[in-house]
Design a protein around this ligand. Structure first.
Ligand code: FE
Ligand code: FE
Length: 257
């Protein structure tokens, strides 16, 4: 596989984005954002409108892509469809996994939308990208034990994760009507938790059911990450039509955001 992806250098735009994120994502901040967004009182949009809005968003945290996020969405879904033509759940998961980035429309700063996520309320781990930039986070000394506010084997789903497009989309999916099973919502929720699913840290928070989730996310990540190295991808009307029908089946009603 491609070894040139996810190379993070110092003093780049990515570095400054993560520095701000790592200084400002505290337990208190995360709690306040979840409270704010679980009200779902920002906008009502169809799934198609949400996906179109990704035409105007390029992820500034990503060193590997400078295409609109909607292209990344179709690319990920297409790579899944090539391998799993009958797994519509996984295709839809690939197509929508990043639409939580619609947070940019609600005035959220980039450091609260994109980038790798990590648990708050416990020690920040060296396995997190740009770890050194956590030093000025008010929680750095406050929760400086491995378990922090959690218990051993409490379950990954019980961690409070830094707030961004993953957690936000999970909140939206949990509180709207649609046909995407829980399994795929959990993939979406933790797809940017790289220090766990790629670096294999945080094992001590896992319970039995998390083994399956970890497998699912590692599997999904191949498509999310490696679809970016296909520089020849062309988005055709056929591709758009295929997913348009699929989206209508999965999201028949407008979505409260
Ligand atoms: Fe993402
Ligand atoms: Fe993605």
């Amino acid at each position: 596989m491609d070894n040139t992806l996810r190379k993070y250098k110092i003093d780049t735009p990515q570095y400054f984005l993560y520095k701000e994120m790592h200084e400002k994502q505290t337990l208190e901040y995360v709690n306040s954002k979840v409270e704010q967004y679980k009200k779902l009182n920002n906008k009502v949009m169809t799934i198609h409108e949400i996906l179109y809005s990704m035409d105007n968003f390029i992820d500034p945290s990503d060193p590997d892509i400078d295409l609109p996020n909607s292209v990344h969405a179709y690319q990920t879904a297409e790579m899944i469809k090539d391998k799993y033509p009958d797994n519509y759940d996984l295709q839809i998961c690939g197509l929508i996994h990043d639409i939580g980035k619609i947070l940019f429309k609600f005035g959220e700063p980039n450091w609260s939308i994109v980038g790798d996520t990590f648990p708050v309320g416990c020690q920040f781990r060296k396995s997190i990208i740009y770890y050194d930039t956590f030093i000025n986070n008010p929680d750095f000394n406050k929760y400086n034990s491995i378990f922090g506010i959690y218990k051993e084997n409490c379950g990954i789903k019980n961690l409070k994760m830094s707030f961004g497009h993953d957690e936000y989309l999970y909140l939206v999916l949990q509180n709207n009507k649609h046909n995407l099973p829980e399994r795929y919502q959990n993939i979406i929720r933790f797809h940017s938790f790289y220090s766990w699913h790629l670096e294999n840290d945080y094992k001590y928070f896992m319970n039995e059911e998390d083994e399956e989730l970890l497998k699912d996310i590692k599997h999904f990540n191949q498509f999310d990450l490696y679809s970016k190295s296909d520089k020849d991808f062309i988005l055709t009307p056929d591709i758009i039509n295929y997913y348009s029908d699929l989206l209508n089946n999965y999201f028949p009603c407008p979505i409260k955001l």
